[in-house]
Design a protein around this ligand. Structure first.
Ligand code: SF4
Ligand code: SF4
Length: 58
């Protein structure tokens, strides 16, 4: 549940900074129309959330 909440905040507040794109070990994050989109292959490791400045401070 906690993870879902973080994912939603991710989607709503994302500024497309691209930090998470570099961090994902599976390379499943892309920036589309200015926001991060997580594609197939996400293993829910949480690394993208750890580095996201929006989720951390938002
Ligand atoms: S949770 Fe992990 S695998 Fe999924 S998008 Fe984020 S960094 Fe990539
Ligand atoms: S690190 Fe956060 S704000 Fe930056 S692109 Fe990824 S989800 Fe968006």
């Amino acid at each position: 549940m906690h993870r879902v909440e973080l994912s939603i905040r991710h989607a709503l507040k994302c500024r497309g900074c691209g930090v998470c794109v570099e961090k994902c070990p599976n390379n499943v994050i892309a920036i589309e129309y200015g926001v991060a989109v997580i594609g197939n292959g996400c293993v829910h490791c949480g690394q993208c959330i750890e580095v996201c400045p929006v989720v951390k401070f938002g």
